[in-house]
Design a protein around this ligand. Structure first.
Ligand code: HEM
Length: 499
């Protein structure tokens, strides 16, 4: 009996010692860090669900005034950057030392995910990025504009039908719109999201980004606990969703090739890229590599756009003067062009300020991450970031830092007037990331979000209702920023132009 207890205590002691073996890492290098706990390091609050990763990093950011500080995720040392010049070096100037995200990437465990741009590692990432950049050119996006407008009109019909209910959940409304946009622009499919609450496209979308335990475990493991991914052979995406996306893309491509039908959409662009491939290319652009490029429009496209649009609607409903000003800008554009056009949307300065402020207060991804792939000496400092060290940039911390954004909790589009924008230090505002790995869909995301907002506000006033959460309580699980109860709002018919 005594021997058994001794064995158990010895094992616990050894595990404890093993879990804290790295905890002098930052101290030895003269880097400040919050006191870590055995086994979990500095992510206790994340694991208990008290706070999400973006807010946790922001709390640390606020506790230090140094250019960088260390943290421990479980027992692994991570470096977190605060200084804007250093952030620029990592994202842009010395990108070659930091070319990859930290997300686990292994072709054998998840063939499709490993080829999605956000996850792919260099040199394959470089090959895919150069191929896919052409799909996001201004010309291609302009070609898609009529397709997006058709979906926006459907959204307004849906709101008209449902305006008498107690409220419409804005995140779900915008997710229907963004899913339908992706379905039509990327795959030439009518996903029926507005007619059918259980449309397959939307069900898959909900499943991909739900805060279900299995999803949360997968995401946390891929970002922070690569050992768990290997141990349990976890796929990044839900296998049912992957099956659906793979089958849909293959059958659409097959159908296009059989019929010769062309639609100027993403599938057409991807077929063109494949057909133009050369045998000298370092990688073959086919199979899962091709499916992943089309699929990422779906995975990267709809949650980002719907999050941005719905938080903008939320803020607009709380500040009538801001809403009035956008509606007046929409009215001017409608008078000038007769309808909402690509050019008209680009000219709307105040709308742009509102969307920028939305992305400051509600950055869809609350932090950026890079993996150091060769030892890097920080200029004018004794610290060498060792190969293999994950580096985090706490977007929330920067976007709520009062030295860059005074009274940061206030929603204030004026921060992004031409005059104020010029005064804003570079790299203090980075909702789309920066450098060679900047969001590939920035232009598309902005056009789709702005057009959706314009269509809604051209016909409806957005009003707070008793269910609208003030203040918002943020979901603590998952990587994408979300409100725990969604964003219930009321839409009241009020066209900006009455005929
Ligand atoms: C308002 C909407 C959006 C926001 C706020 C957003 C934000 C971001 C951010 C922060 C990153 C990481 C950048 C970095 O690490 O430096 C990213 C990457 C990416 N985004 Fe977006 N995004 C949006 C819309 C879209 C859309 C509509 C698409 C495509 C349909 C898209 C495709 C991508 C891709 C492919 C990457 C990975 C790029 C790479 O690693 O080379 N995004 N996005």
């Amino acid at each position: 009996m005594f021997l058994n207890i001794l064995v158990v205590l010895t094992i616990i002691y050894l595990l404890y010692k093993f879990s804290i073996r790295n905890f002098d890492y930052w101290e030895k290098r003269g880097v400040l860090f919050p006191k870590p706990l055995p086994f979990i390091g500095n992510v206790f609050d994340l694991l208990t669900g008290r706070i999400g990763i973006g807010h946790l990093l922001a709390e640390f950011y606020n506790n230090y005034k140094t250019p960088y500080f260390g943290i421990f995720v479980f027992n692994k040392p991570y470096l977190v950057l605060r200084d804007l010049e250093l952030i620029k070096n990592v994202l842009v100037k010395d990108f070659n030392y930091f070319p990859d995200h930290t997300v686990f990437c292994d072709e054998k465990l998840d063939s499709l995910a490993s080829k999605v741009l956000f996850i792919a590692k260099s040199p394959e990432w470089k090959f895919l990025r150069s191929k896919m950049s052409q799909a996001f050119s201004a010309g291609k996006i302009k070609n898609m504009f009529p397709l997006v407008s058709t979906v926006a009109k459907e959204m307004n019909l849906y709101v008209t039908k449902n305006q008498n209910s107690n409220f419409i959940e804005a995140k779900e409304l915008c997710a229907k719109y963004a899913t339908e946009v992706v379905a039509t622009c990327a795959f030439g499919i009518n996903s029926n999201c507005f007619e059918n609450e259980d449309a397959e496209f939307r069900v898959i979308g909900r499943k991909l980004f739900s805060a279900e335990v299995t999803n949360t475990i997968r995401q946390v493991a891929y970002f922070f606990a690569h050992g768990l991914v290997k141990l349990f052979k976890l796929p990044f995406f839900d296998p049912d969703c992957v099956r659906f996306i793979r089958e849909m893309i293959h059958s659409t491509i097959e159908n296009r090739e059989k019929t010769g039908f062309k639609r100027n959409d993403v599938i057409d662009i991807i077929i063109q890229i494949r057909n133009k491939s050369s045998p000298q290319d370092a990688y073959k652009f086919d199979g899962d590599r091709l499916v992943a490029q089309a699929g990422q429009f779906y995975t990267a496209g709809f949650e980002t756009v719907s999050t941005t649009m719905s938080f903008a609607l939320y803020e607009i409903c709380l500040q009538q003067d801001i809403q009035d000003r956008i509606r007046s800008e929409i009215k001017d554009s409608l008078i000038k062009y007769g309808e909402l056009t690509y050019e008209g949307i680009q000219e709307m300065k105040y709308l742009d300020m509102v969307v920028c402020e939305t992305l400051r207060k509600y950055p869809v991804l609350a932090f950026l991450d890079r993996l150091c792939v060769q030892d890097y000496k920080i200029p004018d400092s004794g610290l060498v970031i060792e190969k293999g060290t994950p580096v985090y940039i706490p977007m929330f911390g920067l976007h709520y830092d009062p030295q860059y954004f005074p009274d940061p909790d206030k929603f204030e589009p004026q921060r992004f007037s031409d005059e104020n924008r010029n005064k804003l230090p570079s790299y203090a505002y980075i909702p789309f990331g920066e450098g060679p790995r900047i969001c590939l869909g920035e232009r598309l995301g902005l056009v789709v979000s702005k057009l959706g907002l314009c269509y809604l506000l051209s016909q409806f006033e957005v009003v707070r209702c008793t269910e609208t959460p003030v203040p918002i309580i943020f979901e603590t699980k998952g990587i994408i920023l979300a409100s725990t109860v969604g964003l219930p709002l009321k839409f009241r018919k009020s066209p900006v132009i009455t005929t």
